[in-house]
Design a binder for this molecule. Structure first.
Ligand code: FES
Length: 238
């Protein structure tokens, strides 16, 4: 492993050659929004909120999956990026049903938090308002596909941290769904350890614990605070 030198917002920065841009950007105290990223699990590059501009490239790159390179010049908050992030968030909100007022995670939701941070207070696109199933077959947890943004944190934490391999994703595009137990009801799973890690890492109200909304919200609140690493939270009601 060697040390590389790059520019971030025109400041000279040193980084380890095995680091991703997101890690280096955050080490500089620069905040960019993320949803699918989570420390401790593999990167997906799926939500596209962490896009950055690299000088000399027309493409916007997801900072969480882009390795640092010697001499690269990176911009994190150009007008183009702010605009793209705004659009990305609007598309995320329009694809499924994120009505915060009737969500158990209202006020404790990373999607809601990032939307507020980006100043997204309305959506310019047509809501798709799908009518997706809710799997309440598990004794402890519920999976509401209507609130899922397919960040796949739950799949990755179940595979990579718990080693249970209960969750997966099936389908393509807007038909993609998180599945449990090889597309059987979650309650039928023999691999699920009921650890609740998937519920803890869900950035929306798609996964939640049954029958303990207050306790669940407190736990999620503590976890969210840890994820946000001391970033100031804004109360936000969608
Ligand atoms: Fe980088 Fe989602 S956090 S693409």
């Amino acid at each position: 492993m060697s040390v590389v030198t790059l520019h971030i917002n025109d400041e000279i920065v040193s980084a380890r050659s095995d680091q991703k841009l997101l890690e280096v950007i955050r080490e500089q105290g620069i905040e960019i929004p993320t949803l699918c990223h989570m420390d401790g699990i593999s990167e997906l590059g799926g939500c596209r909120l962490c896009l950055v501009e690299v000088k000399g490239s027309n493409r916007l790159l997801a900072a969480c999956v882009t390795p640092v390179q010697e001499g690269m010049s990176v911009y994190t908050h150009s007008e183009r990026l702010v605009n793209y992030r705004h659009i990305t968030m609007e598309l995320l909100l329009s694809e499924r049903n994120h009505t915060c007022a009737v969500c158990v995670m209202n006020g404790h939701c990373e999607l809601q938090y990032e939307a507020a941070e980006l100043g997204v207070d309305h959506v310019r696109y047509e809501y798709m308002t799908p009518d997706l199933p809710i799997d309440a077959s598990h004794s402890k947890f519920t999976l509401d596909h209507n609130r899922c943004i397919l960040c796949m944190r739950c799949v990755r934490v179940c595979d990579e941290v718990e080693g249970a391999h209960t969750l997966d994703v099936m389908g393509r595009g807007t038909n993609s769904r998180i599945i449990t137990a090889l597309n059987r009801p979650w309650g039928d799973s023999i691999s699920c350890t009921k650890c609740g890690k998937c519920v803890q890492v869900c950035p929306t109200g798609a996964l939640f614990e049954k029958g303990s909304s207050v306790g669940e919200m407190e736990k999620r609140h503590a976890f969210l605070s840890w994820i946000l690493n001391g970033r100031e939270r804004k109360e936000w009601h969608w």
